[in-house]
Structures are given as C-alpha cells and as structure tokens.
Design a protein around this ligand. Structure first.
Ligand code: NAD
Ligand code: UD1
Length: 311
C-alpha cells in the first residue's frame, strides 16, 4: 500500500516510517526538516522524500494527486509548546490550517483512502486533575499548542461525520525512545535525563521529582498506529495512547542508575509554572481494539540505551 507520513523525518515519524518499510509498503515522507533530520530515515530514498512544508498547498496537492495514497499519517506540526506560545498565528497555520487543507485534499482526490491518522496530544487535558485521563475527561487546553491539537481533532472527527473519511486521532502521552532530540530544555524529560547520564552532566528535577507521567515507548506508539489501521471501528474516534502506568521522575532516575550502573549529579529547582503533578492515560478503548503495551518502562529504556550505543 502507498503510505504518506507527514513529519516522517521526526522522532516518532521515523519509527512509523521504518515500520511500514519493514512491512514492504511504499512509504513517502513530507517533511520540512524544521525539527526532524534527513538522517533519521536513511531507508527512505530521495524519490520518496519530499523536502517541503505542509503549507506549500499547491505542491502538497500535486503530491497527493500524483501518488493516490492509501494511508496518511499526519505527524508534522509545530511540536514545541513554547514556540506556539511565541508564535500563535504561525503555529495555527501549521497545526490547524494545513491539516484542514490536507483533509480537503483527501476528500477531493482520495476516494479510496483507507485511513487518515492524526497525532494529537495529552496536552489537551491541561491541568485538569481527574485521573486517569480518559477520552471523556474534561478538556482544558492551556496553550496554543493544546488548542490547536484539540481543534484539529475536532476537524478530523468532523471529516468522518460529514464526508465519511476514515479518520482517527491518537492522543499521545509522554513518548520516549531512540532519535528523540534532547537539545531543547523543553525536550521530553527522558531524552534530557539520558543525555545527562551520557555526558555526566547534572540533571535538574523541577520540583521534588515525585511528579508522575505516563511514559510510552515509541514502538508502542507504532503499534497503536497499526492497531487503529486495522480496525474500521476506529473511524471517527479519538484514543489515548499511553501505558496507563504513572511513573515518577525519581523512579525513572533510579532505573537509569541501574541501567548505566552509575550515579550522576542531581539538583532540585522550583517546579515549572503550570506543571502538571500527575498524569496517566486510560487506554481501555484502545485495548478493546486489540492494543497491548509490549514494552514495560524497563524494557523500553533498555532498548533505548542499546539502540543509542549501537548508533
Ligand atoms: P518531531 O519534532 O521529532 O517531529 C515533527 C516533524 O514534523 C519534524 O520532522 C519536523 O521537521 C516536521 N515538521 C514540522 N513542521 C512542518 C511543516 N510545516 N511542514 C513539514 N514538516 C514539518 O516531534 P515528534 O515528537 O516526533 O512529534 C510527532 C507528532 O506527535 C507531532 O504532531 C506532536 O505534536 C505529536 N506528539 C508528540 C508527543 C511526544 O511525546 N513526542 C506527545 C504528544 C503528541
Ligand atoms: C508534555 C509535553 C508538553 C505538553 C504537556 C501537557 C513533551 C515533551 N512535552 O509535557 O508539550 O504541554 O505534556 O500535558 O511531551 N522535568 C524535569 N527536568 C527536566 C525536564 C523536565 O524535572 O530537565 C520535569 C517537568 O517539569 C515535568 C516532567 O519532567 O514535570 C515531564 O516533563 P516533559 O517531558 O516536558 O513533559 P510534560 O511536562 O508532561
């Protein structure tokens, strides 16, 4: 089948692309390399890589018309919450307008489309304290990023209701794994902690380290994509993707100590403004479709470390 992955040169996209390549699909990537890297997807040749922005509407239309994809996985986005706070208008163009354009192109040109998957985020729940976060929990977007993800989800759903496009949104919780970029202070905390262990740098806990998150290994994200692809019942639906296990930063730190067999210096600073204390996902609806977490945190971290050592 022909698969298009927008944002396919990024952290999650590169794993999704590799998975489809291994399954012998014909995989194409659209990416402007604003936060991704061409080197993340050496298995995609130049004929299958479009180095372009999803806002280049004419070019995107021509790609879609020409290639007649069966599956589209839409991951391209302004992913940094801070960037969306600094540039609400531009990030709105990327995170909402370009998505609506893509959906329109599917409606116009891809009558046989089998699935359109959109990457949403646990950010839509904001600081609402009910646990676990379920699809029926209160939504409390607290950044342009969260608003953009939530309204995109609604468009994605509406294109199913109004135009019968086979769409599904996945709310990813805290994803970690190989190729996650640790460079920004707002990168995923596990990539930052790993980077500190690799270079014997001080890791700073914002707050007491007792905060918990639902850390999900990137290959389980790939599995969630695979599960909803196979299930027509997922059309028009939104699912959480996590492990339904909360883990504290201190517990993660201890796991790193045992995996690296060393300690690193740590510091404690004030909690980040608006930081969520606890978060984990209710993933029952996804499990009912056949999803099962394959990676415990220990197994995911173990594979993450081994991968980076070998590359
Ligand atoms: P990433 O930054 O590694 O990947 C995003 C990719 O999109 C990059 O390769 C980037 O170059 C590309 N991109 C950005 N703007 C583009 C544009 N205008 N045109 C074309 N390409 C563009 O981030 P990621 O962690 O792999 O995130 C993938 C998706 O998952 C995003 O939609 C993100 O919001 C969502 N998500 C990620 C997490 C997480 O924990 N990593 C959690 C929730 C949701
Ligand atoms: C995640 C998203 C964020 C979104 C939020 C909404 C990622 C990378 N971030 O943030 O975009 O707005 O969900 O729910 O997915 N921490 C430290 N030291 C560090 C870095 C982080 O102690 O050096 C702490 C943070 O203060 C936080 C926890 O680690 O308490 C997790 O941080 P992070 O990985 O940024 O994820 P979220 O805060 O869940």
């Amino acid at each position: 089948m022909k698969v298009l992955i927008t944002g396919g040169a990024g952290f999650i996209g590169s794993h999704v692309a590799e998975h489809f390549i291994k399954q012998q699909h014909d995989v194409y990537v659209v990416d402007n390399l604003s936060s991704g890297y061409r080197a993340n997807i050496p298995f995609i040749d130049d004929d299958h890589f479009f180095h372009t922005d999803i806002r280049n509407y004419d070019e995107i239309e021509s790609i879609i018309q020409t290639h007649q994809f069966d599956i589209i996985i839409h991951l391209a986005a302004v992913v940094s919450v801070v960037d969306t706070v600094e540039n609400p208008e531009e990030s709105n163009d990327v995170n909402i307008s370009a998505l609506v354009h893509l959906l329109e192109l599917c409606r116009k040109h891809l009558s046989h489309l089998k699935k359109f998957i959109f990457a949403s985020s646990a950010a839509v729940y904001g600081n609402e304290t009910t646990l676990p976060k379920s699809i029926n929990s209160h939504i409390q977007p607290e950044s342009p990023y969260a608003i953009q993800k939530y309204s995109s989800e609604q468009y994605v759903k509406l294109y199913h209701t109004l135009y019968h496009l086979p769409t599904t949104s996945l709310r990813f919780f805290n994803v970690y794994g190989p190729k996650q970029d640790p460079q920004s202070q707002y990168s995923g905390v596990l990539s930052i902690m790993k980077n500190c262990f690799d270079h014997d740098k001080t890791f700073t806990f914002f707050g007491d380290g007792e905060q918990t998150r639902d850390f999900v290994y990137v290959k389980d994200i790939v599995q969630a994509v695979q599960v909803v692809l196979k299930q027509q019942a997922s059309d028009g639906q939104v699912y959480n993707v996590g492990t339904s296990q909360p883990t504290s930063l201190l517990a993660i730190y201890k796991t790193f100590v045992s995996l690296y067999q060393k300690e690193i210096p740590v510091a404690f600073a004030d909690p980040r403004d608006g930081d969520v204390k606890h978060s984990y996902a209710d993933i029952e609806p996804l499990k009912q479709l056949g999803f099962l977490n394959r990676y415990t945190l220990q197994e995911g971290l173990d594979e993450y470390l081994k991968f980076e050592m070998n590359h």
